[in-house]
Structure formats: C-alpha cells, structure tokens
Design a protein around this ligand. Sequence first.
Ligand code: NAP
Length: 293
Amino acid sequence: MEQKVVLITGCSSGIGLSLAVHLASNPAKAYKVYATMRNLDKKQRLLESVRGLHKDTLDILQMDVTDQQSILDAQRNVSEGRIDILVCNAGVGLMGPLETHSLDTIRAILDVNLLGTIRTIQTFLPDMKKKRHGRILVTGSMGGLQGLPFNEVYCASKFAIEGACESLAILLQHFNIHISLIECGPVNTDFLMNLKRTEPGDKVLEVDAHTRSLYDQYLQHCQSVFQNAAQDTEDIIQVYLEAMEAQTPFLRYYTNRALLPMSSLKLTSMDGSQYIRAMSKLIFSSPGTDAQK
Ligand SMILES: NC(=O)c1ccc[n+]([C@@H]2O[C@H](COP(=O)([O-])OP(=O)(O)OC[C@H]3O[C@@H](n4cnc5c(N)ncnc54)[C@H](OP(=O)(O)O)[C@@H]3O)[C@@H](O)[C@H]2O)c1
C-alpha cells in the first residue's frame, strides 16, 4: 500500500510532536511524516523521541504558520509532491482579564490560531481539490465550543476555527476531502507553559479588585483541572488515529467525553443561560465568593 503523506504543524512539543513520532514509528511504515516547526533549533526533542530511527518515514521542515512564504517553502520541500493528510495543530493560548491584553497580543494570537490555520489550509487545499482526495485534521478545543472566562481571545480564535471548518466540511464533501476537528480538553503538554498569560503580580494588571480576585480563583480552578483531569498526548493520538482511519470521518471527535455534558447545555438551553450558570458555579464556587451570593 502506498505511504500516506502527512504534514503536521507545531511539532516542537506536545500533541504535534507525539503525533509525528507515533505515525513515523508505524511498523508497516504506512506514513511519511513531515513534522514542521517554526523554530528548527527546537528539533532536538523530536529527534530524541525517535532516537535517530525512522529516517525514511520522518522529515523535519521549518514552517511558521504566520509566515506565508515559510508555508510555501515547506510545501515545495515535500518530495512526494502531495499531502494526503494535513494536520493543523499549531496554537497558542492567552489567559487573563480581556482589558489587560494589548491589541498587538490579541492580533498575534489570532494570527497563529485562526489565520495560521486558514493560511495552511488555503495553501494545501487547491492540490487536494485537484486530486479529489485528502484529509484535513485540526486540533480543536473545548474552548472552541464553549466560552471560558479569562480565555476570551483564545476561545474566540477556536470558535472561529469551528466556523471555518464546519463551513468547509459542507463544501469539501463534493471533492472527497474530509475535514475533522479533534476537540481536546486539558492535555499534558507545554501549552500552559507556552501560553501568554497575565500574571496576578503583573503591573499591567490594572483591573479592579473584584476581577483580580475572580482571576485568582480561575487560575486555581485551572491548575486543579490540569492536575486532575488532563489527558496524556497518547490519548489524543488515539482519537487522531480514529479520525484518520475512518472511512467517512466525522466533523468532530471529542477526546474527553466527560466534558460533553457541560458543552451540551448550550444545546438544551439555547439562550445560553444554563451554560453560563453552570460554568460560573463550577469555576467560582469556592466558599466566600461573590458568585455564590
Ligand atoms: N494542551 C491543552 O490543554 C490543549 C487543549 C485544547 C486544545 N489544545 C490545542 O492543541 C494544539 C497543540 O498544543 P499543545 O497542547 O501541544 O501545546 P504546545 O506543547 O505548546 O504546542 C504548541 C505548538 O504550536 C507551535 N506554534 C506556536 N506558534 C506557531 C507558529 N506561529 N507557527 C508554527 N508553530 C507554532 C509551538 O511551537 P513553539 O515551540 O515554537 O512555540 C508548538 O510546537 C494547539 O492548537 C492548542 O490550542 C491544547
């Protein structure tokens, strides 16, 4: 069987790195993986993970999703001249009270998460359309399905990706191209370390005391969620494989079904009130907070 050519963005760490290693290590050499990262100085971690093996199934390419030229260069460096499976995974978080983020920071997040994903799809889509063949997998987030306080910009970027992918899915079925979102809850990666965050002690945190106290509570909630409920990247890879191997993949795959009841409140109460009440209670319900009063 012909090798499937896979290109993955954001492979310096986390989900992208794990997926690249997993596919490149396939015993039947079913995949040729182009693991891309914006900064090739970070390739050591990936190389160590494959321990020098898999030279015939793994290539590492520079690709910054905010730089159109680097996407085109990566495309030119794919020696097979085609991508069967495109994985748009690169992403960055942003946390803190909305009014503390500069517009430049907000633009930078949208540039990676939203425009970066769209640029990447735009680049590889025409060839897939011409061949009437291809799969596009996008690392989505529960933050793209439900709002989270202090994550307004991140959620906006991931909600926007949902809209772009859902819209494309309707069209692309006419080209035998399948697009799927892998909706992740918390995952043990460098994401929390890499995200841009307003620190409680930051001078820029010139917000009222009430917001500051709610933000403190949110940070505690977030820490406990990551400690108690974060999945390992291997769990996420299994869901990726399910989507890659399905004959007719779904638009959405959920990596952690325990998070679905909260999200589905949005469907049972379309005016949004139940979801807002439930999420507020979940995050801000420790004793003595205003949310309980
Ligand atoms: N971890 C979670 O809890 C979680 C939950 C839901 C969704 N997700 C999503 O999962 C995806 C992967 O994140 P992760 O958890 O694996 O975190 P991660 O370890 O921080 O990985 C993020 C990757 O994106 C790359 N990246 C950032 N900006 C880029 C750019 N301009 N061009 C190309 N690559 C860029 C990073 O590269 P550098 O090393 O150069 O920064 C890194 O390789 C993201 O889309 C994220 O939104 C994560």
